[in-house]
Structures are given as C-alpha cells and as structure tokens.
Write a protein that binds this ligand. Structure first.
Ligand code: HEC
Length: 397
C-alpha cells in the first residue's frame, strides 16, 4: 500500500485510539474512585435503597452521586452504560496495529535475531499471539482457580511474565512491548464484553422483574473489573514505550518489561487501598525503590559503555561516511529508500549541525539495534560501535 496513505491511516487511527482510550480509562478510573469514596448517605436516603453517596464539584456545578443497593424506586428513562468506550478503543487499536505493524511488517514487526524473519509469518504470529493469550486468560478466569485468590494472582503474574518473554522472542523489540500492551488491552476489552456487560444485563433484567439478582455474576464481573484496574497502568506504559528505545532495545528487555509492569501494578494497589481509606505509603516507597534499582542498573551499564566509547578514536570523515551509508537513505529531506516520503521522526542528518543536535538520540537508536530500521542497510557490529563511539564523543564534548 502507498506509504503516504499508510501514514494517514496511522495518524487517524492513533488519534482516535487516544481519544477513545482516554474516554475508557477516564471513565473507569472515575468509577473506581467513586465506588471507593462513597460515604454514608444518612437514614432518609438509606430508606430509599441508597447504599452510599458522594458529593463533588466539577465545571458548572455541584453533583450528588447516589449508589443504589439494588434497583432505584422508579426505573430511569435513560440509563448510561459504559461499554462503547472500551469497544471503540479496542477497534481503533486493532486498526492502528494493522496500519503500523501489519502493513509495514518488514520495517516494524520483524526484528533481527528473532524467531520469525518473514513479514507474512510475523503477521500470522501476531494475530495468534493476541488470540491465544486472550483465550488462555479466559480459560484461567473461568476455571475454579479464580476462587483461590492467592493462587490465581500468582498464575496471572506468571502468565503475563511468560507473554513478555515470548513477545520479545517473536517480534522486533519495539513491537514486542506493544504486543504485551495490546494483549493486556484485548483481555481488558474482553472482560467488558464477555463478563462485565453480560453480568450487568442479568442484574438489570432481575431487578426490573422484581427478583433478587443472582450475586454470582456480579461477583465475577467485579473480579474481572479488578483485573482491568490493575492492568491499566502497565498497559499505558506499553503503549508509550515505543518512544523509549533505551528500554525496549536492551538485551534483557523482557525482564525490564516484567519489572515495569510489576512496579506499576503494585503502585496502583496503593491508590486502590487509599480510596478505601487505607494509607499504606510503604507500597509507594517500595515501588519507588524498585524503580531506582532498575534505573541505577541501566544507568551503570550506560556509564560503562560510554567510558569504552570515549576511549575509541574515530575520525569525523569516517563517521560521516557511515551516516551517509547507513542513515541518510531514510533520514533526508527527500528519502531515497522506497516507502519513505519524509525524514522519519523528523530527524535529518544532512549536515554536521543536524547530526550534532540529534547525536545522543542517534547513539541510543543504534546501540539498541533499533536503527538502521530493520537493518535494511546491513550495518555491521563494528560499524555500529565506531559510529556510536563518535556520536557519544560529540554529545559529551
Ligand atoms: C530504512 C529507513 C531508515 C534507516 C536506514 C534509518 N532510519 Fe532512523 N528512523 C526510521 C524511521 C521509520 C523512524 C521512526 C520510527 C518511529 O516512528 O519510531 C526512525 C527514527 C529514528 C530516530 C528517532 C528514534 C526515537 O527516539 O524515536 C533516530 C534517532 C534515528 N532514526 C536514527 C537513525 C540512525 C542513526 C540511522 C543510521 C545508523 C538510521 N536512523 C537509519 C527509518 C530509518
């Protein structure tokens, strides 16, 4: 497909995905907060079947939310359901996946040194990865194991960790982080579609018929909803991770991803407890220390590599020759590489000043094997080491 058209699809779907995603996660965070912050409504309201209430001020005025124990005394003419935010986020995300990773599989989905090198096979593997992961979660959540909370949490954590490792074996590093996010996002949308909404329909049907609603589907829906809640922060990290090659391009990227998912889900736990009036600041402290350990480890490695680079001698001419050979086919005002219509990421390398401005970013992109993209220009390890050394000397000097 024409590169210009693919760029437009990418813009439009990304923009829509962001908007619908904000609507979904925004509503979800709001309701979690609302539910956890309900206060005693007083005797009169309790008499009307109100379980809890919350007052808040926003924009034009003061709002009073009431949560009913079961049915309201008279059924509202309009009842808002939160479901299309989730479905449209998933649909636009899938379209974006197609535009970026399937239509441009050779550049973005396939990585060097991975199990799959054929773009068509990679697309099939991507669909299978997402589908099978969602099915395994569904099987797990529907099994009796879900009644044993401790065991279930451990299994779910192991399952996600395995998916992190698997994705980095199958797909390019950048696509791998995104696939873990897409899998968790698909599981979340599945939870809404397959669990939460059907339970709500049963609930509404029962209370409208004046029957006592069956508590089992509601409890199951609550459990799925809790999983979604803990997935939220990790998924958002995966979705923005493609800006950070220093994380996804690391040799132990799967371990870094597992650590970040664990830290962010754990930090979410603090907020969930806080909404219920439990202030366990140790959770945040532990999450922060874990984060510092991660940053310290990566920082130390970077320092050691930099020292080695600074000791290497590379002539300016040799460095520019390498850039000319391996980068400017794409990173030029008018790229000569087929499929490119503008300098990617806005990064130009046609003169010394332009190169100096982006030296640090360029060094990171090469070191992590992200660039040259898909190593289309066949850059060797020696050439990479040489150019990285020169770039780091420029950035440091
Ligand atoms: C085959 C085309 C191609 C070649 C060759 C290429 N790049 Fe890129 N480059 C891209 C594309 C496409 C992007 C944007 C990727 C994205 O959106 O994440 C990019 C993005 C970048 C970025 C920004 C990454 C970021 O932080 O988001 C840097 C830096 C970069 N390239 C450096 C280089 C260097 C240095 C070389 C040569 C060693 C090189 N590129 C060769 C296509 C190429």
């Amino acid at each position: 497909m024409d590169a210009y058209l693919v760029d437009w699809f990418s813009v439009i779907f990304r923009w829509l995905h962001l908007i619908t995603g904000i609507a979904w996660i925004g509503a979800s965070l709001h309701f979690v907060w609302l539910d956890n912050s309900l206060e005693d409504p007083g005797e009169e309201k309790k008499g009307q079947g109100i379980k809890g209430e919350l007052w808040s001020i926003h924009g034009g005025g003061i709002y009073n939310f009431n949560k009913y124990q079961l049915a309201p005394p008279s059924w509202p003419s309009v009842l808002h359901w939160s479901k299309w935010e989730a479905y449209t986020t998933w649909i636009t995300g899938t379209l974006l996946m197609v535009a970026v990773y399937y239509l441009q599989a050779q550049s973005y989905l396939v990585g060097s040194d991975k199990l799959i090198s054929d773009p068509g096979v990679a697309v099939v593997a991507s669909i299978s990865y997402l589908l099978s992961g969602t099915l395994v979660y569904e099987a797990l959540v529907r099994s009796p194991l879900r009644h044993r909370e401790g065991v279930f949490v451990v299994l779910l954590a192991l399952f996600i960790a395995l998916q992190c490792w698997l994705a980095t074996r199958l797909f390019s590093d950048r696509a791998a982080f995104l696939h873990v996010g897409a899998l968790m996002g698909t599981i979340m949308a599945g939870n809404v579609f397959l669990g939460i909404i059907p339970a709500q329909k049963k609930f509404v049907a029962a209370v409208q018929a004046g029957e006592e609603p069956d508590p089992a589907p509601a409890a199951f829906a609550k459990q799925r909803s809790t999983h979604n809640n803990y997935f939220t922060l990790p998924v958002l990290f995966c979705m923005i991770s493609n800006h950070y090659p220093f994380l996804y391009g690391h040799v132990l990227n799967w371990l870094i991803l597992i650590a970040i998912i664990a830290i962010t889900a754990y930090a979410r736990h603090f907020f969930n407890l806080r909404h219920r009036g439990i202030f366990n600041y140790w959770i945040l402290v532990r999450a922060f220390i874990a984060f510092l350990v991660l940053a310290g480890w990566l920082g130390y490695e970077r320092y050691a590599e930099r020292q080695a680079s600074l000791a290497m001698e590379v002539a300016d001419d040799a460095a520019f020759a390498l850039i000319d050979k391996h980068c400017t086919v794409c990173h030029a005002e008018k790229p000569t590489q087929p499929g490119f219509v503008a300098p990617p990421a806005g990064i130009l390398m046609d003169d010394r000043d332009a190169v100096l401005r982006s030296a640090t970013q360029m060094a990171t992109a090469i070191k992590t094997d992200y660039m040259p993209l898909g190593n289309l220009t066949g850059m060797t390890a020696e050439e990479k080491a040489e150019l990285v050394a020169w770039l780091e000397q420029q950035a440091g000097g």
